[in-house]
Ligand binder design. Structure first.
Ligand code: MF3
Ligand code: CO
Length: 254
């Protein structure tokens, strides 16, 4: 069942989305050559306390950290370990969620450490653009897979592939709610989009093939061909006035 949100709840979700985006920006600003992913994870513990929110991923289905940090061929759910040390040119995606007053938010960004190759920059840009192409379709009266198709089309027309094994999702009083939102699909198909739906839209884009493998830690998804991957995510409310991006922060991910 898709749970629709009231205007009041959407306001609340925007407040929380903004807090989460501010926190994530602070963490992303710390990413430099030689910094360890574990340092970023620790900092997110401190920042969550300071902002009086809970880190939503910690303990979720046993997930062991505050944030997912996925580097290069890691697609999603990378664990921020001590030995994950950033190098120049690394593609680093951070996926972060918080809970406050029983409501959840979820967002992801990908950055390149110091400076990267043109191909890697293109992968990151196209993934970010694909997210916004999807958001544009999050409009009352459209169908769910209009979002999926817009993302897929942008990614594939740029020569990259859309990961199949993970999807976007509804969000609200739970981190994951219905509907599931694939990043590929046929336009005109899927459920009708209604006022009050809140969706986490999150394209995961591989430079090579879309196949992934889960590593032995039970979490980290890596590309099967070892090529790089990028990920962006926003929570978006569908309203009469059009899509509202709940996790956007001017100068960071907006
Ligand atoms: N943004 C990720 C998702 O929607 C969050 C994963 S939560 C984790 O799948 F804790 F399981 F990592
Ligand atoms: Co998500």
């Amino acid at each position: 069942m898709v749970i629709l949100k009231t205007e009041e709840e959407i306001k609340k979700l925007r407040e929380i989305g903004l807090i989460a985006a501010n926190i994530l920006k602070e963490a992303v600003d710390l990413i430099k050559v030689g910094v360890r992913a574990k340092d970023i994870d620790n900092m997110l513990g401190v920042l969550a306390d300071k902002n009086k929110v809970k880190n939503a991923f910690k303990g979720y289905k046993g997930y062991p950290a505050n944030v997912c940090i996925s580097v290069n061929d890691e697609v999603v759910h990378g664990i921020p370990t001590e030995d994950k040390i950033f190098k120049k040119g690394d593609i680093v995606s951070l996926d972060y969620g918080v809970e406050k007053d029983g409501y959840y938010t979820d967002l992801a960004v990908t950055v390149i450490v110091d400076d990267g190759s043109d191909e890697d920059k293109k992968l990151v840009c196209v993934t970010r653009e694909a997210l916004y192409k999807g958001i544009e379709k999050a409009v009352v009266g459209n169908r769910l897979f209009d979002i999926s198709y817009a993302i897929q089309r942008h990614v594939e027309s740029n020569g990259f592939s859309v990961v199949r094994a993970f999807v976007g999702h509804g969000i609200g009083r739970n981190l994951h709610e219905e509907p599931q939102l694939p990043n590929f699909g046929s336009p005109g198909c899927g459920i009708k989009l209604k006022e009050g739906m809140v969706l986490a839209i999150e394209p995961m884009v591989n430079a090579g093939s879309y196949d992934i493998i889960i590593k032995n830690d039970g979490w980290t998804a890596v590309t099967a061909d070892g090529k790089k991957s990028a990920h962006f995510e926003h929570c978006v409310a569908i309203t009469k006035k059009g899509p509202i991006i709940l996790t956007a922060l001017e100068g960071f991910n907006a």
